[in-house]
Design a protein around this ligand. Structure first.
Ligand SMILES: Nc1ncnc2c1ncn2[C@@H]1O[C@H](COP(=O)(O)OP(=O)(O)OP(=O)(O)O)[C@@H](O)[C@H]1O
Ligand SMILES: [Mg+2]
Length: 229
């Protein structure tokens, strides 16, 4: 469903060109859960930004459900992202002026779903992450784990086919972190969405179906890390 072909991305720093992705290749099936690991600076966030259409590659292709995303212009990439992609960030990126339910509903409004239907779907998504009783809380009074669950509801409320998570447990205590991945996984699979998680955390990578490691700008298959002992 997602094909990454010879994907390359460099950044210029003064005279120097820093080649972050260098002919990276991968194929990810619908409903698959894939962890992207690699040392800090290896290009995990760069890769997710390219796949989501936030950024454009210098070379290579990103094909999603038969569409060549890498060939789209900026407005089409924005529409693609809005409709088909959910993104969970390390820093949650919730809007502090909106309450919990409004943060989630905004995604539907941007997709043209309004009124009672939008409210109903937002409530249902928040109930799925265990926040059905916090609909009208201000987001900044929630705990880190609760904020991350709002961010997950927001990433899934429009039923995207592709769910991307960039260090989704990076700002959580261990107990909250442990809950996040099974939750992401269950919600993605219920929708047959592919889930791509960039992470440093081996515990998190273990719960993926497949682990890809970014080394020298390329994606290499890692042997399954196995279940935690
Ligand atoms: N917009 C940019 N301009 C210049 N350099 C950039 C830009 N974005 C990323 N880079 C560089 O690309 C490299 C890869 O960055 P990236 O954020 O993808 O790494 P990462 O694997 O996500 O690291 P981390 O695990 O620390 O989050 C880094 O060296 C970074 O400095
Ligand atoms: Mg990163």
């Amino acid at each position: 469903m997602l094909r990454i072909g010879d994907l390359s991305r460099s950044f210029r720093e003064g005279q120097r060109v820093h080649r972050v992705l260098d002919h990276a290749n991968a194929q990810i099936a619908a409903g698959e859960v894939v962890a992207i690991i690699g040392r800090s600076g290896s290009g995990k966030s760069t890769l997710l930004n390219l796949v989501s259409g936030i950024d454009r590659p210098d070379g290579g292709t990103i094909e999603f459900a038969g569409r060549m995303i890498s060939a789209l212009g900026e407005p089409e990439r924005t529409l693609f992202r809005r409709k088909h992609v959910g993104f969970v960030y390390q820093l949650f990126n919730l809007l502090p002026t909106l309450d919990v339910e409004e943060n989630v509903r905004l995604v539907l409004e941007l997709n043209g779903v309004h009124g009672a239907a939008a409210r109903e779907r937002s409530r249902a998504a928040l109930a799925e992450v265990g926040l059905g009783d916090r609909l009208h809380s201000a987001v900044d009074v929630l705990s880190g784990g609760e904020q991350q669950r709002v961010a997950i509801a927001r990433a899934l409320v429009h039923e995207p086919a592709l769910l991307l998570a960039d260090e989704p447990t990076g700002n959580l205590d261990q107990d909250s972190a442990r809950e996040i991945v099974p939750l992401l996984r269950a919600l993605a699979q219920r929708r047959s969405a592919a889930l791509l998680i960039a992470t440093h955390d081996p515990g998190l990578a273990r719960s993926a179906d497949r682990v890809l490691e970014l080394i020298d700008g390329r994606l290499q298959t890692r042997a399954a890390l196995g279940a935690p002992s």
